[in-house]
Ligand binder design. Structure first.
Ligand code: ADP
Length: 506
């Protein structure tokens, strides 16, 4: 147990109990899954996986180079064009997806611990939210396998022609995911791709490969034919870029930063790949004075502080109507000040560590900027301890929408509270960033709620709640938050293409 006394008190972080250690003292996740085999990188390169709670290295992960990416794509192509996978019908693929979900459920404690070990999020969240959602994602898409079909379409040729469409898989899908919800992001991408009959080469974020490698083992145990899902580990500029540039990849599904999203789109243009992008956000959570203010404040807290604020949907701009400001701030600030960050592996901890030192410094830099630009730092704003990357829940009051902390995605536990006086002003502020991923609106006035849902430019609008996702509901962005939808029936569009067949009956 390492303890560090700070001005914010003491944080005690237990050393992780690592089972199944290799002789070198690391977890066994040094290989990646290519063509049904667990292999090291061709050039033997590795990189460190760390436990953010203490900053210590817990695994040496294979660093895939171009040669490894080529092998993975070739395997995915072979699996797509023929072999056991091609012989599976929709029901078979559905059974496979369901089996993966069952195996994840049987191994849920281990997967949740791995997720926390590699990401620093509280075990409580990994175990109760991320894993159940991921398991259900496989089950949701198991139901779609074999049910994705085309249409017969009447034409001007009356009965002299028969026209119909076939819904076919896109082919080899390259999938690049971020570190904030590793296993969940992996399942959001793998499950619909397989339901539609595609094959996959997935690259986890370099910070968080472990739970996805374990998922790969479970997929094999479930009977996944070789080459259908390949997991290549490595960084963005080498491994990710090689996947995006590869001429034999048909589609790239990406979740991550706006900057990398743009880069991917440019590179993908050369081989005209289909691209879907789920990028950042600076989501407004708007509370009208007629709402249940206390409840709205409580949910606004989890809307920004869940996962240490490292969420693309983080409700990082809290818009409160002037008339309810005082009541709201009392609850928000009072509760935020009482939230404690703690040992991620302690089952009672509600807020854990940020992903790494770089991210922590980025967040602290934004906090400094908020103060420099004249926002009122009401709660928090500090690092806790010297081990790991813990930052206190932070609330800025009297924020102006043009300030940096209201415009840029911080990806950390920093709430910016902005005041408004009517619905028009609220809508202007809500829409006044380059992003458009999500929004929350709190009111007991039905008309106002629906009107606001129409006015706000965001891919998801929550009314009297925040951050509730469901595998059946389409998720994605407006504006710089990207395009294409994940989850729900809408995601099937991103993983299929339509072929028109016309039969001349003359
Ligand atoms: P973050 O800033 O949250 O780490 P990134 O957009 O940098 O977000 O990373 C998201 C994912 O994109 C990660 O898997 C990362 O390795 C990958 N990535 C980063 N740069 C590139 C790139 N040039 N080409 C392809 N993938 C990349």
């Amino acid at each position: 147990m390492s303890e560090t006394a700070t001005s914010n008190g003491t944080i005690a972080v237990a050393k992780p109990q690592l089972n199944q250690l290799n002789s070198d003292g690391h977890l066994r996740y040094g290989k990646m899954l290519i063509d049904g085999e667990w292999v090291e990188a061709a050039d033997g390169k590795t990189f460190d996986a760390i436990y953010p709670g203490t900053g210590e290295t817990i695994a040496k992960v294979a660093s895939a180079g171009k040669e490894d990416v080529d092998r993975a794509v070739a395997a995915a192509r072979r699996a797509f064009e023929g072999g056991d996978y091609k012989k599976m019908n929709g029901a078979d693929r559905g059974k496979l997806l369901w089996k993966i979900a069952d195996l994840m459920e049987q191994n849920i404690d281990e997967l949740a611990e791995l997720e926390t070990l590699n990401n620093g999020k509280p075990l409580l969240e990994s175990r109760r939210v991320d894993l159940p959602q991921s398991i259900n994602c496989f089950r949701y898409f198991a139901g779609w396998a074999g049910k994705v079909s085309g249409q017969t379409i009447e034409t001007d040729m009356n009965m002299r022609a028969l026209a119909y469409t076939l819904r076919e898989p896109v082919g080899v899908c390259g999938q690049i995911i971020p570190w904030n919800f590793p296993i969940q992001m992996a399942t959001w991408k793998i499950a619909p791709a397989l339901a539609c009959g595609n094959t996959v080469v997935i690259k986890p974020a370099e910070q968080t490969s472990l739970s996805i490698l374990r998922l790969g083992e479970l997929m094999q145990e479930a009977g996944m034919p070789a080459g259908v899902v390949n997991i290549i580990t490595g960084d963005g500029p080498t491994t990710g870029a090689a996947l995006v540039a590869h001429p034999d990849v048909d589609k790239i599904a990406f979740t991550g930063s706006v900057e990398v999203g743009k880069l991917i789109m440019r590179t993908a243009a050369d081989s005209l790949k289909k691209v879907t992008l789920e990028l950042g956000g600076k989501s407004p959570n708007i509370i009208f004075a007629d709402a249940n203010i206390e409840f709205a404040a409580k949910v606004a807290l989890s809307g920004i502080f869940f996962n240490q604020g490292q969420m693309c949907t983080a409700g990082s701009r809290i818009l409160i109507e002037e008339a309810a400001r005082e009541e709201f701030m009392e609850v928000l600030a009072g509760r935020a000040a009482k939230m404690v960050v703690g040992d991620p592996l302690d089952p009672k901890t509600r807020m854990g560590s940020l992903i790494n030192e770089e991210q922590m410094n980025r967040v602290l830099g934004y906090i400094q900027k908020g103060t420099d630009e004249g926002a009122n730092l009401l709660v928090g704003g500090e690092r806790v301890g010297e081990n790991g990357y813990f930052v206190t829940p932070t609330v800025f009051d009297r924020v102006k929408n043009e300030m940096t902390i209201a415009q840029e995605e911080i990806f950390g536990p920093v709430a910016s509270v902005i005041t408004f006086s009517d619905i028009e002003e609220a809508a202007a502020i809500a829409n006044g960033t380059r992003f458009g991923l999500a929004a929350g609106v709190w009111t007991n006035d039905l008309k106002k709620a629906h009107l606001f849902a129409q006015k706000v430019k965001a891919g998801t609008v929550w009314v009297n709640t925040y951050n509730m996702t469901d595998n059946a509901l389409p998720f994605g962005g407006y504006k710089d938050s990207g395009f294409g939808r994940e989850l729900g029936q809408a995601s099937l569009d991103a993983y299929t293409q339509i072929k028109t067949v016309l039969v001349d009956l003359n």
